[in-house]
Design a protein around this ligand. Structure first.
Ligand SMILES: [Zn+2]
Ligand SMILES: [Zn+2]
Length: 288
């Protein structure tokens, strides 16, 4: 169960590797660029090479890149959709140049247009991506969302349909399961029965082997609140018991974990990492 943190790229992409190493991480996630801007410029080759070199030295695995929040792969209006697909392809290209294992993306919102429209749009976007030869080195992971509004991607069956659809034209994808988003969307993990149900649902709708990454976040919002607000591990509405169950479940033993918990002080990442390490291997709450 490789463990890592979403780290900052301030000062240069390679600095994120230095930060991850400083925290004692096995794995890492970064933004490949400013996550709140449309303007795109390529990463200079020297920067990409330095990143690859530092990452190799650090033996980090996996390295995930999270796409910008602006991308909406099922935007109802064509201008926004085209801009989103353009940026998505550029981000996947960057991820491949950096040698990233995964590109994690949200699915967006179809507005009033509904789920079937969204599914068609997303598959069209992924098909265009595959047709350009992208996605051969870096696997695209679809992240479950907290739901709410007209967003899709909070239900595992929806994500499963997209993963299946994409495999039909040869694009390898997978699931990045975010524990905060899942809880806010109604997937509970606080009792052994809950975690079994979640794992069954993932296996049925997605296939457990397609669960490639877990975003480990506690939730400020209640179960089914559709609130996307991350909290420190054990200090939110999921709580220590839920995380202990998840971290010690034999079927999840090999899935890499990335923390996206709040970072208000320097001590926050070390605190959450140590909570996870303490819970892992501790069977206080775990009764198989
Ligand atoms: Zn995300
Ligand atoms: Zn996440």
């Amino acid at each position: 169960m490789p463990l890592g943190v979403h780290t900052s790229i301030a000062g240069g992409l390679w600095r994120s590797v230095e930060r991850a190493v400083g925290l004692g991480c096995d794995a890492m996630q970064i933004f490949g660029r400013n996550p709140r801007a449309w303007a795109w410029s390529p990463v200079p080759e020297a920067d990409a090479a330095l990143f690859r070199e530092k990452r190799e030295e650090a033996l980090l695995w996996p390295v995930a890149i999270h796409t910008t929040y602006l991308i909406n792969l099922c935007a109802p209006d064509d201008v926004n959709f085209d801009k989103s697909v353009f940026l998505f392809k550029k981000e996947l290209g960057t991820a491949e140049r950096l040698g990233a294992d995964y590109l994690v993306t949200h699915l967006g919102s179809p507005g009033e247009m509904g789920g079937d429209f969204a599914l068609k749009r997303i598959l069209a976007a992924l098909k265009e991506t595959a047709a350009e030869g992208l996605g051969k080195k870096t696997r695209v992971l679809l992240e479950n969302t907290a739901g709410g509004g007209a967003r899709i991607g909070s239900s595992l069956p929806d994500i499963g349909r997209i993963i299946e659809g994409a495999s039909a034209f040869g694009l390898k994808t997978g699931l990045c399961y975010d524990t905060c988003h899942g809880f806010a969307a109604g997937y509970d993990i606080r009792t052994p029965g809950d975690i079994e149900s979640l794992i069954k649902a993932v296996n049925k709708e997605i296939g457990l082997k397609n669960l490639r990454l877990i975003h480990l976040n506690d939730s400020k919002g209640l179960l089914n609140s559709h609130l996307d607000r991350h909290e420190h591990i054990g200090k939110g509405k999921i709580g220590l018991e839920g995380f202990s169950l998840l971290l010690n479940h034999p079927k999840l033993a090999k899935v890499p974990l990335i923390l996206e918990t709040p970072k208000k002080t320097e001590g926050d990442d070390p605190m959450n990492l140590s909570t996870v390490k303490k819970l892992k291997g501790e069977s206080r709450f775990f009764k198989p």
